[in-house]
Write a protein that binds this ligand. Structure first.
Ligand code: 6PG
Length: 249
């Protein structure tokens, strides 16, 4: 299977970028629901996706998707409780999910409040239960859509430079200590991220321009630039970037 060429889409500003991501989100969601009566999406944390979540919460999208068929997962989570402002779940819940269009039972958060190893075991069970057919066939979950950000150090999800998780080939979820942050993070591994049908990076701001050029146009060095490990085995890879982040491309 040959990996598809990443599709890079440039937008003048946050508003235009968020609208484009929401349009693609709805397109993929409706295709998935039409085909398999379910749509699975893993959300990103950080600040960039905020505008996407706020837009998805808008009344105009209340009927755009059969939200009862949508299941929400996360790409990573911080080691904090769900009501902590640093929680990736808390952000999405407050900006979008709390509106209630998606049934609570369809929202599968990583339990950052648990001891990291327990959180890893818990989320591994969540994924194995939900994607039981894949697990039984010895295959990773195939999420319909994964939203990812890219840090100014080239990390994505909680795959940080120099961490073994970048090269994980078996485990679906890893809880690990991030030296740079002096804290633990829970993250999906490339085993799951690269099994997705669609992966969308959201990158904004001039602060990301140098790193984005390195990631997209520089030599392959995923230990230094973990975002480079993301290459869906049989899926689409999109980079939705604003002109500021794309300045050096
Ligand atoms: C997190 C995210 C992380 C984020 C990048 C980019 O938990 O923080 O999952 O991978 O996507 O750090 O963050 P910004 O969008 O804030 O630049």
């Amino acid at each position: 299977m040959t990996k598809k060429t990443p599709v890079i889409k440039r937008y003048p500003d946050t508003k235009a970028l968020a609208q484009a991501v929401v349009d693609l989100f709805i397109e993929i969601a409706n295709e998935a629901i039409e085909a398999r009566d379910v749509f699975t999406v893993a959300l990103s944390g950080g600040t960039t996706p905020r505008s996407v979540y706020e837009l998805l919460a808008d009344e105009r999208y209340a009927e755009a998707v059969d939200w009862s068929k949508v299941h929400v997962f996360w790409g990573d989570e911080r080691s904090v409780p769900p009501n902590n402002p640093n929680s990736n779940y808390w952000m999405a819940e407050n900006l979008w999910l709390g509106r209630g269009n998606i049934p609570e039972i369809n929202i599968h958060r990583m339990k950052g409040e648990l001891d990291a190893e327990l959180a890893e075991m818990d989320y591994n069970r969540v994924l194995h239960d939900f994607f039981a057919d894949n697990a039984a066939a010895g295959k990773p979950p195939r999420l319909d859509l994964v939203l990812l950000g890219m840090g100014d150090d080239g990390h994505t999800a909680s795959l940080f430079p120099g961490t073994a998780a970048i090269h994980e080939t078996e485990r679906w979820v890893i809880a690990h200590f991030i030296e740079k942050l002096k804290t633990r993070r829970i993250t999906l591994t490339p085993v799951v991220l690269n099994a997705a049908a669609n992966v969308v990076f959201l990158v904004e701001g001039e602060g990301k321009a140098v790193r984005l050029k390195e990631v997209l146009e520089g030599p392959e060095q995923p230990d230094v630039l973990p975002a480079q490990i993301i290459a869906p085995t049989d899926g689409n890879l999109y980079w939705f970037v604003d002109e500021a982040a794309a300045a050096d491309l």
